[in-house]
Design a protein around this ligand. Structure first.
Ligand SMILES: Nc1ncnc2c1ncn2[C@@H]1O[C@H](COP(=O)(O)OP(=O)(O)O)[C@@H](O)[C@H]1O
Ligand code: SF4
Ligand SMILES: [Mg+2]
Length: 291
C-alpha cells in the first residue's frame, strides 16, 4: 500500500459551532493503483485528501494516516495554484530537491514540460500567457517535479472544456503508468471514474458509504446514494424525451447533517429507522435485502 487511512476525522469549531465534515473515513490506495473518491460537492472529499497530506489548518484531525511515500496534488483551478508573477519553468523547479544543481533542475523542468506535452520554450512564459489546459499541464509538471509515489488529482478538469478534460486525464493516466505512480482521483463525475479508476470510494456527508472495484460498483451498486449518482450520469444513448434524473435536494452543510443515515431526507428508500440515533448501516449493504 502507498496510503492507508483508518477512521479519519476532521473537526472544526467555528464561532463555537462544531462541524465534522470528515467523520470516520477509511480507505487505502495500493502502490501504483488508480483509486477514486466520488461524491457531490460538499461531501468532504477535498478535506479528506488535504488531511492525508497534513494540509488542513485550524482543525482537529484524528485517526490513522499511513503514507508510505511522497504525495503531490493537482487542484481544480490552476490559476489559483500558480504564481502569476513567476515564470513557469521556475515554478516547476521550486518543487524539486533543492540539493540538485540548478543546471540539473533547469534541465529537469524542461524535460517535465515535454513529458506533459508542452514545448521546452514555455519555461520562460508566465501563467497568464497560457490556456487553461496548458496551465493544468504545468501544474501536473510541478507535481511530477517532486517525484511523488502518489498523485492526488482533486477535480483536476472541472474548470476545463470537455476535449481538454480528456487530454489532461489521459495525460495523468499516462505519466502515472510511466512512473508507476498511484493516482487518487477526486471527482463528482462517475463517468470519469469508470474510465480512469479501478477502485472507487463513494462519499456522502463525511463518510464513505460504499466502496469496491469500479466494475462491480457501477454494474451492481447497493447503496441508494451510489444508485442515485449513477442514475444522474447523462447517457448519450437515452431517448431524447427521457427526463434528466437527479438526486432531489442538495448536500446540507456539515453542521446540519441529520442524525442516523445522513442521506435519509433525500433517499427514495428511507424508512423510519434510517433516521434513528441507533442507525448503524444501510440495510442495502448488509446482504439482507428485505425490500
Ligand atoms: N477550512 C474549513 N473550515 C470549515 N469548514 C470547511 C473547511 N473546509 C471545508 N469545509 C466544509 O466542509 C465540507 C466539505 O468540504 P470539502 O471537503 O471541500 O467537500 P468536497 O471536496 O467534497 O466538495 C463543506 O461543507 C465545506 O464548507
Ligand atoms: S440507510 Fe435508509 S435512508 Fe440511508 S441510504 Fe439506506 S435506505 Fe436510504
Ligand atoms: Mg472538493
Amino acid at each position: 500500500m502507498i496510503l492507508e487511512v483508518e477512521n479519519l476525522r476532521v473537526e472544526f469549531a467555528i464561532d463555537g459551532r462544531r462541524s465534522i465534515p470528515v467523520n470516520g473515513v477509511s480507505f487505502s490506495v495500493p502502490k501504483g493503483a488508480r483509486v477514486a473518491l466520488v461524491g457531490e460537492s460538499g461531501c468532504g472529499k477535498t478535506l479528506t485528501a488535504l488531511a492525508v497530506g497534513s494540509l488542513v489548518d485550524r482543525a482537529k484531525v484524528a485517526g490513522g494516516i499511513k503514507l508510505h511515500g511522497k504525495i503531490s496534488y493537482i487542484f481544480q483551478n490552476p490559476m489559483q495554484s500558480l504564481d502569476p508573477v513567476m515564470r513557469v519553468g521556475n515554478q516547476i523547479m521550486e518543487g524539486m530537491d533543492a540539493s540538485l544543481p540548478s543546471s540539473r533542475r533547469k534541465e529537469f523542468s524542461q524535460e517535465l514540460l515535454e513529458a506533459v506535452g508542452l514545448p521546452r520554450a514555455l519555461a520562460r512564459r508566465y501563467p497568464c500567457e497560457l490556456s487553461g489546459g496548458q496551465q493544468q499541464r504545468v501544474m501536473i509538471a510541478s507535481a511530477l517535479a517532486q517525484n511523488p509515489q502518489m498523485l492526488v488529482a482533486d477535480e483536476p478538469t472541472t474548470a476545463l472544456d470537455v476535449t481538454t478534460q480528456k487530454e489532461v486525464l489521459d495525460l495523468i493516466d499516462r505519466v502515472a503508468s510511466e512512473r508507476k505512480m498511484a493516482v487518487l482521483l477526486i471527482t463528482h463525475n462517475l463517468g470519469l471514474v469508470s474510465r480512469y479508476s479501478s477502485y472507487v470510494n463513494v462519499m456522502y456527508a463525511g463518510k464513505i458509504v460504499e466502496s469496491g472495484e469500479v466494475k462491480s460498483v457501477l454494474a451492481s451498486p447497493r447503496h441508494p446514494y451510489t444508485k442515485g449518482l449513477i442514475a444522474a450520469v447523462p447517457r448519450i444513448d437515452a431517448p431524447q424525451d427521457a427526463p434528466l434524473v437527479d438526486i432531489p435536494g442538495t448536500v446540507p452543510p456539515p453542521w446540519a447533517w441529520p442524525q442516523g443515515c445522513a442521506f435519509h431526507p433525500r433517499c427514495p428508500n428511507a424508512l423510519p429507522e434510517c433516521s434513528s440515533e441507533n442507525f448503524t448501516i444501510c440495510r442495502y449493504l448488509t446482504g439482507n435485502q428485505q425490500f
